[in-house]
Design a protein around this ligand. Structure first.
Ligand code: GLC
Length: 577
């Protein structure tokens, strides 16, 4: 309450007036019924597990006061945007009347990373690291990396670059994509693109990579999902639905959906993926049904549902999405969820069960449960595990997947709370000295050799193998706000603030506690910068959350009776639509 109180006092004492007409947060003109209603957030769901009262119990009142206070304040926004440049207090724990000094530096660094095509801003490069000899592909605009940049600009009232980016990538989607003699699916979105400037001819050319140049030659499954999620964020933030409704965007959405909703040999509603197809773009044993992709898949489906027109072409997809969401949420909430009780159940599983009555459906052998998970699992808390497939459960924690599960409401309110409980209970392991571990724990020795193929970049507690990635801060912050626990985000942001600028915005940190700048980490990594700014702005103005969050869909209530899942549950279309 202290901060909010101080802010309010400041308003009345100094008699500040609203600095002109400026919007706070996102428009909510989409007819999607998924708006985040902040007034409903204080209704904390009851957990079956007894939870201790954390210091966050006070948080939502505090947040709603903060929103009101911010109607009169600008604080974290960068000059150059539509927001006024009025440099006024930010409610940081340090001193509520001064924005943190690194905010201005962050904005400057973010603006430096902007890429122009024919004079128009179209994205931000992955890293602006002059000191690094090896540029590799860090001079490109990555779709996934641009998301936090886009959110920062949207929150700052600068939607233009985001629109340009969405249109440019849509145009690139239309390219014919080949790897050797094989043609990729039409809907694949690029992993990254580059603008080639020819100073003599004065021309700009776009060059895209769909995985055909990427290390490992894997197509980015996440790109299309991020594109849909960003299109919704743009629409919500600007109130301009004409872009999403344009025939080009509608087609783009449908092409992405065609790739992931087509029928095949699948027995699960989850999406089968190759290793390296997401943010973790090297071999890390995530092949199969990785949580990172399943959560993004779910969020993209729900986002698409809010934007697809119910015309002759869109209608069919709407029906497919509704069916898939129903099955996917059941599958994920039931089989990917792990808490103390569930772990104990798996530990006692019988094996070789045949027929529909099987409890251990995937024939997971209890001996395959790794030792670490028994100690790691708190009595209070839980999470979505990394992967579930026949006789295989990857018990590792993946931060992005769990945060996106909360934001998309793939997680039930109880599960969302339990994930936050876990983060609190296992703070040292999952956050340590730098938020946030991309995966936990690291794989080592023989397992590292087998799983990563002896990858020298992914040694234990480095990079994708248990490294700490500052970009994940924005996802954590959003999840904290959604679950009414901003205090957790504040703690994490303070940790990041103490290092990021000083260390020149590294891509990742290494070590069990995330204390060391990553072995091969780039400096001035754009999404580390943007992720920090987005976290700050969201915490200051929680109504921004609506851009990246979808409310729970009551029609997707979990059916927890495991042995009955083979029956086909009926779908209440009208409730979802
Ligand atoms: C690395 C990361 C990937 C990111 C890219 C550009 O390859 O693993 O997630 O998109 O760098 O920053």
């Amino acid at each position: 309450m202290r901060e909010a109180f101080l802010l309010l006092t400041a308003i009345s004492m100094n008699g500040f007036k609203e600095p002109g007409m400026r919007k706070v947060g996102s428009y909510s003109s989409m007819a999607d019924g998924d708006d985040l209603d902040l007034s409903r957030l204080p209704d904390r769901p009851k957990l079956p597990i007894e939870r201790q009262r954390s210091c966050d119990e006070r948080s939502m009142n505090e947040l709603s006061i903060n929103v009101r206070a911010l109607e009169s304040f600008d604080s974290l926004y960068s000059p150059g945007g539509m927001r006024s440049g009025f440099s006024t207090p930010a409610s940081t724990a340090r001193n509520p009347f001064e924005p943190h000094p690194i905010i201005a530096e962050a904005w400057e660094a973010l603006r430096r990373s902007i890429v122009y095509f024919k004079g128009e801003p179209v994205g931000t490069i992955a890293a602006y690291d002059h000191a690094s000899e090896e540029v590799l592909n860090y001079d490109q605009v990555f779709v996934r990396d641009f998301v936090p940049s886009a959110l920062a600009f949207l929150m700052n009232g600068e939607p233009e670059m985001v629109k340009n980016f969405l249109l440019k990538t849509l145009y690139l989607q239309g390219w014919e994509k080949r790897i050797d003699r094989f043609k990729l699916g039409e809907g694949v979105m690029p992993a990254s693109f580059k603008v080639l400037h020819d100073p003599v001819r004065k021309t700009d050319t776009l060059v895209a990579d769909f995985g055909e140049s990427a290390i490992g030659r894997v197509a980015p499954v996440d790109s299309g999902f991020w594109w849909i999620i960003l299109l919704r964020a743009y629409t919500k933030s600007t109130g301009d639905s004409s872009l999403a409704e344009s025939p080009e965007c509608q087609k783009g959405i449908r092409l992405i959906l065609t790739l992931c909703l087509s029928e095949g040999f699948d027995t699960f509603p989850t999406l089968l993926c190759a290793d390296g197809c997401s943010m973790i773009d090297r071999r890390m044993g995530i092949y199969g049904y990785p949580i990172e992709i399943q959560a993004l898949f779910f969020m993209a489906l729900r986002s698409a549902l809010t934007m697809l027109k119910h015309d002759s072409e869109g209608k069919e997809f709407v029906e497919l999405i509704v069916k898939r969401l129903h099955a996917l949420s059941y599958h994920m909430r039931t089989y990917f969820w792990l808490d103390f009780q569930q772990l104990n159940d798996i530990y006692r599983y019988k094996t070789e069960e045949y027929s529909h009555t099987a409890v251990n459906k995937f024939n997971v052998i209890p001996d395959s449960i790794p030792d670490w998970v028994f100690d790691f699992m708190p009595t209070r808390g839980g999470y979505f595990i990394g992967n579930v497939s026949p006789a295989r459960m990857d018990f590792r924690w993946f931060a992005l997947g769990n945060c996106v599960a909360i934001l998309s409401s793939l997680a039930t309110p109880e599960q969302s709370m339990a994930v936050m409980d876990l983060i609190e209970e296992r703070w040292e392991e999952l956050v340590g000295e730098m938020p946030l571990k991309v995966t936990y724990p690291a794989i080592e020795s023989h397992e590292w050799r087998i799983v990563t193929g002896c990858d020298p970049k992914n040694t234990r507690w480095s990079y994708h193998n248990g490294g700490s990635w500052p970009v994940l801060l924005w996802l954590l912050t959003a999840a904290c706000i959604k679950t009414g626990r901003p205090q957790i985000a504040r703690r994490a942001i303070e940790l990041a603030e103490s290092r990021l600028l000083k260390d020149s915005w590294p891509e990742y940190y290494d070590g069990k506690l995330g204390r060391y700048i990553g072995k091969q980490a780039r400096k001035f990594q754009t999404w580390s910068i943007a992720g920090y700014l987005v976290s700050k702005m969201m915490l200051e103005d929680p109504s921004h959350l609506g851009m990246v969050s979808l409310e729970e869909d009551k029609a997707m209530k979990p059916l927890i009776k495991r042995s009955a899942s083979w029956t086909c549950p009926e779908i209440s279309l009208d409730l979802i639509l």
